[in-house]
Design a protein around this ligand. Sequence first.
Ligand code: MG
Length: 267
Amino acid sequence: MKFNLWTISGMMAAACGVMPTQAQEVKGYTDTEKLPGVEYTVHDPRRPQPRIIETAGAVVVKPPSDATVLFDGTSLDAWTQGGGPAQWPVKDGAFIADGKDIQTKESFGAIQLHFEWRLPAGRKVGGQFGGNSGVYLMGLYEVQVLQSHNNKTYPDGQAGSLYGQLPPLVNATSPQGEWQSYDIAFEPPVYEGEKVITPAKITIIHNGVFVQHASLYLGPTQHKILATYPAKHPETGPLRLQFHGDPMEYRNFWVRPLGQRDQPTAP
Ligand code: MG
């Protein structure tokens, strides 16, 4: 029997218990825990699909003078992989997901982040398979990177979602083979002792469009499990890029730590 990626993906999906729904060909999970405050489960295929919009594509922002450049088109020196040098191939000013996750050498807390991503044209994509990667803020909080143009999946797993928690406001994904941009503002959770008093907060602009605005994480990202906050939490952590079996390309990757100011308060 001849196997291609598609049949293997299908077998993996079946082995994982992914259930298709009748009304639409969206795969997801209905045997997971219910998300608090909404009617849906983690990775629920019945959750409404975000409205699809067209954009002008990637908004290319060059790094400002105070940015930490994590990839300048030539070198992955700012990254590590399994304790050694990052081995993702660099080609034509981009780097390509390969082998296993990579993470930054430096750790960050509250940040502004910019990068551009692209799934090469011609690759077969279906749901979570074929065009999946992601960036984990502090190594814990995934912003999903998924080729979601003409590709339905459970909404809390599509491009711009807080994976397993919150779909994007709209689906702003470009056609496969085109560069796309994410501009992100992220703040870590604030703890008082072992209790979270302010959850981790994120704003995501996808191709110039707000797809998350001051959205709150339920906790560090989980797969098929309801996320909750641990009693202890680091103040900073590395950015981690997910290798999910697909050759997602990245370029123009930079970050700026967000500073603090004295905030005036109403009397
Ligand atoms: Mg992912």
